[in-house]
Design a protein around this ligand. Structure first.
Ligand SMILES: [Ca+2]
Ligand SMILES: [Ca+2]
Length: 419
């Protein structure tokens, strides 16, 4: 009788314990993989989920429901998962029109002039040794003014043991997890062939690093290299999961600056985490404020409105240093302005074109960040952000620094750091 009681007691104890741990697992699983909120559903990708694992990998799961993924992947691995969420669709900001009463910029290179880039170049600082990842629509890699500026992954160059070109042999020769990634990667198509489907990424890249000895565009950081990472389809939109994968790839390949001239993601914890992770890995993340002409405090768009310590959010200003009417703004979430109106830069077909937007302002700051990093390779993302924000030219603009990028003064700030 006593023995039976004891047995019964033990069985009950174990059964309750098992139930409790099962409930705990389910609770934890729901914490790392919450349901998509109604506000985030409109831009969500159906039956597609992005899981960031604690080992640093980002995996996209397609074709299963949330319940299925929860039972088969998240609950069994709950201790190994950082965060899981539904994938989202994001896009390059629509190209805004200029208001006719805006001051008309003088000269195609008014942007380079107003930010005092020449003074930095004259001192020999042009972003030497710095890789800038352009996470965008791709790049025309053989554009006359960009061909010499592309980052080359030497592990995918030369010939393999069978005499085939490593850049196109279908083999991941340098074993970095990506096949034939000789000069950038297309994360939307999972291919080492990068082309520009919209022209946006080529324009952005020219502002950062166009070789002025080969044409009319004067890139800010002509000694830097561009790592072209495509995550967009030809309509200019892409999955946030592919942008996140591109971000970690950029860090893996040694990029120290990331240019993100896109936004509109309403909600992604993984994107927010990735920006912080990159900052901690020494990568400066520069993103566009967006072109809705609205307050980021009242109408948040992400990544612009995260307000993270290690991100730099760039708004656009005119040739007279007023806020561009289309630019989003915030005294806390937007950090500084840069030229955004009538910016002439490289465009597919070996051409040039004038475009407007915070997408164009962002690469001015990314180029400046590359110049600072080249001048002081030991500078942290925080050092670079502080130097850029503490050296602006004062202007009546609604951003935290209360002013517009000044490359020469930012360089002066960073040079105060020991070599
Ligand atoms: Ca590879
Ligand atoms: Ca290969």
């Amino acid at each position: 009788m006593d023995v039976a009681k004891v047995r019964f007691g033990l069985i009950s104890f174990f059964a309750l314990g098992a139930l409790a741990s099962c409930a705990e697992t389910q609770d934890r699983a729901t914490t790392v993989f919450p349901k998509t909120s109604p506000a985030c559903s409109s831009s969500a990708v159906a039956n597609q989920y992005v899981v960031h694992w604690k080992d640093g990998t980002t995996v996209v799961y397609k074709g299963s429901t949330r319940e299925e993924l929860l039972k088969t992947v998240v609950e069994p691995n709950v201790e190994k998962i950082d965060f899981a969420e539904q994938d989202q669709r994001i896009s390059v900001p629509k190209q805004p029109a200029l208001v006719t009463t805006s001051a008309v910029p003088t000269g195609a290179d008014w942007g380079q002039q107003i930010v005092n880039a020449q003074a930095a170049w004259d001192q020999g600082y042009k972003g030497q040794g710095v890789i800038v990842a352009v996470i965008d629509s791709g790049v025309q890699r053989d554009h006359t003014q960009l061909a010499s500026q592309m980052f080359i992954n030497v592990g995918e160059t030369g010939t393999d043991s069978q005499g085939r070109n490593k850049s196109s042999n279908g083999i991941d020769d340098d074993q970095n997890g990506y096949v034939d990634d000789v000069s950038g990667y297309d994360f939307a198509k999972n291919s080492g062939t990068v082309v520009d489907g919209t022209g946006h990424g080529t324009h952005v890249s020219g502002i950062i690093a166009a070789d002025s000895t080969k044409g009319s565009i004067k890139g800010l950081a002509q000694a830097a290299k561009i790592l072209p990472l495509d995550f967009m389809d030809d309509d200019g939109s892409g999955n946030i999961s592919d942008a996140i994968r591109a971000m970690y790839y950029a860090a893996q390949m040694g990029a120290k600056v990331v240019n993100a001239s896109w936004g509109g993601a309403p909600c992604s914890q993984n994107l927010q985490n990735a920006i912080t992770d990159l900052g901690q890995m020494g990568v400066v993340f520069v993103n566009a404020a967006g072109n809705s002409g609205l307050s980021l405090d009242d109408y948040p768009e992400y990544p612009a409105a995260y307000g993270l310590p290690l991100q730099i959010t760039v708004a656009a200003s005119t040739a007279r240093d007023y806020m561009s009417v289309y630019s989003n703004y915030s005294y806390t979430k937007a950090n500084l302005t840069a030229p955004g109106d009538s910016i002439v830069s490289t465009y597919p077909g070996n051409t040039t074109r004038s475009l407007n937007g915070t997408s164009m302002a962002t690469p001015f700051v990314a180029g400046a960040a590359a110049i600072l990093k080249g001048a002081r390779p030991n500078a942290t993302p925080s050092d670079i952000k502080n130097a850029l924000l503490n050296s602006v030219d004062s202007a009546p603009v609604q951003v935290s620094a209360r002013g517009r990028l000044d490359v020469a003064k930012a360089l002066e700030e960073i040079l105060k750091l020991p070599q």
